[in-house]
Design a protein around this ligand. Structure first.
Ligand code: SF4
Length: 308
């Protein structure tokens, strides 16, 4: 039997949103899927060395993950996901990611794989996945079957995560909403240490990114009817849906994120009923500085609630 084609997934950026969809689609079609290891200091250092200084921390981390996969798989998947319609757009970095990465690694000999999802140009996710299937010689019927199976797996995973999070609201402990992109919250080097510190301080972290994307984007209009970025809309929606159930909000961003810097300002001006901590991770912060700020924030909440 021929060795299956191996698809590499960089464990960064949209990996956290689409990992189930991607795994399931390719595995249904008989591919082997590998992922880069969780982010470490080295991942960031290697990515930063490949990026321009102005690139956001998430992009630097992404390039570090791509580097880790070079030569280890047949193709590295880097989709171009532009928008889900007007005013449901992605940060422009996601439009450029495929071309940018291919250019950075142009001398590596590595093959990259992409698809183009751009609803404003009437290019749906479904059509993009059919294109991927056809690229590898599958019929539309086979690609469609794999896509449907993958979408069901994705929905199951989203529902399971939402259900798990619902259980956290029952806790009597202080609950803090972490308003951030999934690839910031879930990243082993920048987001996870914050989550673990909160847990270790007897606080329940609630992830703003665990939300039905459509519901979130609709609810987000209450805080900003004109926000054009889909993921930020979802985060705003999560704040609307969670503000009565949580004791504070941490705005966790990757330096220097354009969309977050604007939307976090909106949140700070429009959410007056909860304490808010703005934490911008630049990859340089040793954990001590971050931990001190988290400790003070938790104390402020405890003091406000008469628990200190
Ligand atoms: S939204 Fe912010 S963190 Fe994400 S890719 Fe764009 S600039 Fe980077």
């Amino acid at each position: 039997m021929d060795k299956p084609i191996t698809i590499g997934l960089p464990r960064a950026m949209l990996y956290y949103r689409y990992k189930t969809l991607w795994h399931s689609f390719f595995e249904e079609l008989g591919f082997s899927v590998i992922e880069s290891a969780p982010t470490s200091k080295l991942t960031l250092e290697e990515g930063a060395a490949l990026a321009i200084d102005e690139a956001c921390l998430s992009l630097k981390i992404f390039l570090g993950h791509v580097k880790a996969l070079i030569g280890k798989c047949d193709y590295i998947l880097i989709p171009r996901i532009s928008n889900f319609g007007i005013n449901h757009e992605m940060c422009c970095r996601f439009e450029a990611l495929y071309d940018l990465t291919r250019n950075v690694f142009r001398e590596s000999g590595q093959k990259f794989l992409t698809y183009n999802a751009d609803m404003i140009q009437k290019k749906s996710e479904w059509a993009a996945f059919m294109g991927l299937g056809q690229f590898f010689g599958f019929t539309v019927k086979a690609a469609n079957k794999a896509y449907r199976t993958a979408k069901k797996a994705e929905q199951r995973q989203q529902k399971a995560e939402q259900k798990k999070q619902e259980l956290l609201y029952r806790s009597e402990k202080i609950k803090i909403l972490i308003a951030a992109h999934s690839y910031v919250i879930c990243d082993a080097y920048i987001g996870k240490p914050v989550i673990e510190f909160l847990k270790g301080s007897d606080v329940v972290p609630i992830r703003a990114d665990v939300i039905d994307p459509e519901d979130g984007a609709k609810a987000g209009k209450e805080l900003s009817p004109t926000c054009k970025w889909q993921i930020n809309r979802e985060i705003l929606g999560s704040i609307v849906q969670n503000r009565d159930k949580t004791d504070g909000i941490i705005l966790l961003s990757a330096f220097p994120c354009g969309p977050d810097s604007m939307v976090n300002e909106i949140i700070a001006r429009r959410v007056k009923d909860l304490p808010i901590l703005n934490l911008v991770m630049d990859g340089q912060n040793g954990t001590a500085g971050v931990e001190t700020r988290l400790e003070s924030f938790i104390d402020i909440i405890r003091f406000k609630e008469g628990k200190l």
